[in-house]
Design a protein around this ligand. Structure first.
Ligand code: PMP
Length: 406
């Protein structure tokens, strides 16, 4: 059992006020808050051992390199990757997908080929594929979803053919909360020889991730949705696939030897890490992973499920004009909804006036919104540090908004 008061006290921002009210932060799907250990790690690096990595020239560089590589090892364990070299640091999920699209995609996709995504993808798992598809004369196809917000698996099976080279799917939807059956998707995709990328932006901190058990070819995520810093994340890939892939960006770190006659590239993971990396944020990312490990991902997920179930029940019972978008029984803690005759922006603004932060709009999932005939929704996304009292306050505020709009 998690001691919530103790856990909350690790997050300085949770003790602040917004618009004269104690902050109620329900925008965890966009980014979650940072514990003191992560915040401290950033300044400790700059104060105590700021130095470039992998240069080995002096003690500070060694210390920075050690801390930097320790994060890679922690992440390797976190997702059960066979080797730490298979963890490539990126700016986040978006860069991870773009990296794969521009290297694996450009090398392997030909005219007439197909890339399959789901209707519920974040734009970052649509647009990079559209860009490479356009360049190559390939097509991006989307797996349809049911009204509940689940992929229609039989439709996916019908889409499979030897034209399909890549299947790229979101593990948990940021707009609906739906957890997709990625194991089954991967198994089916492998039967026709396609590779599978799993977008783990919303799953890494909430669901158990074992890349070997999943057998995914690529897994990408962002640190800032895992209590870590922004502009940081990683790509996991199968070793032989990463080895065969051409590099993404050229520059320092990613080379073995450079001459005007030609250049040879470094081994994994450095082949994909051109330039001075985001050292401070990488070092701080380790503290975020340690935070999750310390409380236990299962305990965190169990708490978030309780919060989701409580909020869902209360919304249905106490705000009858609300309609939940995404009613799968297998969800991460995302509660997306609309309320009859009230614009989602108005709801968001009025909640904000009471210190309650939610996200409104299309959540970077315009094709998904189009599927439901909506412009956007209100999204409350809960994290382990949220409380039942905060949900009560949120529901009371919604009831007041509904009354005001009469
Ligand atoms: N995929 C999903 C499912 C997401 O929720 C997000 C972030 N909202 C992204 C991709 C993109 O992540 P980032 O902006 O950190 O690159």
């Amino acid at each position: 059992m998690i001691d919530i008061e103790q856990l909350r006290s690790e997050f300085p921002i949770l003790a602040t006020e917004v618009n004269g009210h104690p902050l109620t932060y329900f925008d965890n799907g966009a980014t979650n808050q940072k514990p003191q250990s992560v915040i401290d790690a950033l300044s400790e690096y700059y104060k105590g051992y700021n130095s470039n990595v992998h240069r080995g020239a002096h003690s500070l560089a060694d210390k920075a390199t050690q801390a930097f590589e320790q994060t890679r090892e922690l992440l390797q364990q976190f997702v059960n990757a066979p080797k730490s070299e298979q963890i490539i640091f990126t700016k986040g999920t978006t860069e991870g997908i773009n990296l794969v699209a521009n290297t694996y995609g450009r090398a392997n996709i030909q005219a007439g080929d197909e890339i399959i995504v789901t209707t519920m993808e974040h734009h970052s798992n649509i647009v990079p594929w559209q860009m490479i598809a356009q360049e190559k004369g390939a097509t991006v196809r989307n797996i349809p979803i049911s009204d509940e917000g689940e992929i229609i698996f039989e439709e996916f099976e019908k889409m499979l053919s030897d034209k399909v080279k890549i299947v790229s799917v979101v593990h948990a939807s940021n707009a609906l909360g739906t957890v997709n059956p990625v194991e089954k998707i991967i198994e089916k995709a492998h039967e026709i020889g396609a590779v599978v990328l799993v977008d783990g932006a919303q799953s890494a901190a909430h669901l158990p991730i074992d890349v070997q058990a999943l057998d995914c070819d690529f897994f990408v995520t962002s640190a800032h949705k895992m209590f870590g810093p922004t502009g940081m994340g990683f790509l996991y890939g199968k070793e032989e696939i990463l080895n065969d892939m051409p590099p993404f960006m050229g520059g320092g770190e990613m080379i073995k030897e450079v001459s005007f006659d030609g250049t040879t590239f470094n081994t994994l993971p450095y082949k994909f890490e051109a330039g001075t990396p985001n050292i401070a944020d990488t070092v701080a990312y380790a503290k975020a992973v340690e935070f999750i490990n310390r409380y236990g991902k299962e305990n965190i997920a169990a708490r978030e499920k309780e919060l989701l179930d409580y909020a869902t029940k209360k919304l249905i019972e106490e705000v009858p004009t609300a309609k939940i978008i995404g009613t799968s029984s297998n969800k991460v803690s995302v509660l997306s909804f609309i309320i009859d005759n009230i614009h989602n922006y108005d709801i968001g603004m009025m909640l904000d006036a009471r210190g309650i932060a939610v996200r409104t709009g299309h959540h970077c999932t315009q094709p998904l919104m189009a599927r439901y005939g909506l412009e956007g929704t209100v999204r409350a996304s809960f994290s382990v540090y949220n409380t039942f009292e905060e949900i009560d306050k949120f529901i009371e505020a919604l009831k007041r908004i509904v009354k005001m709009f009469g």
